[in-house]
Design a protein around this ligand. Structure first.
Ligand SMILES: [Zn+2]
Length: 150
């Protein structure tokens, strides 16, 4: 992992005022600042889970560790939002905004929900191979997906 941006927990909260930050989720957002998607993985049994919890949901070990994912996956669920809260890169007037739950390559059932960019609407569908990409939202890195190359 690249070194973390050296900021205090108070500064971390200030960088992400729109999320629920606590001791279980803070590692996720520190990863965002380093442009790494770090999901919890159990050191005892290897099981991944998201959203972050303090205990492995499979073996109940508390040895869970934020671990970078490859960023490869495929669209598992897809929703088109026609209205919603304002965001810097979202223009509902230009068309519905996609929200995708992406199943990550690391493990069946390990999913991360965000939007998909750089993809024409007619190409975006369940099963599409995607890769992790980063945009800026509210002045901080924000993980999204785009169609996988090749
Ligand atoms: Zn475990």
């Amino acid at each position: 992992m690249p070194p973390d941006v050296e900021i205090t927990e108070a500064e971390l909260v200030e960088r992400f005022p729109y999320v629920r930050m606590d001791h279980d989720t803070k590692h996720l957002y520190r990863g965002w600042l380093a442009r790494e998607l770090r999901l919890n993985r159990c050191r005892d049994c290897g099981f991944w889970h998201h959203p972050p919890k303090p205990v492995c949901p499979r073996c109940w070990s508390s040895a869970v560790e934020p671990t970078p994912v490859s960023g490869r996956g495929s669209v598992h669920l897809l929703t088109w939002l026609h209205q919603g809260p304002p965001a810097p890169d979202v223009d509902y007037a230009a068309g519905p905004h996609p929200v995708a739950s992406v199943e990550l390559a690391e493990q069946a059932g390990l999913r991360f929900t965000t939007t998909v960019v750089d993809c024409p609407r007619e190409r975006l569908e369940i099963g599409l191979a995607v890769e992790l990409h980063w945009i800026e939202r509210f002045g901080a890195p924000f993980p999204v997906f785009r169609p996988a190359e090749g």
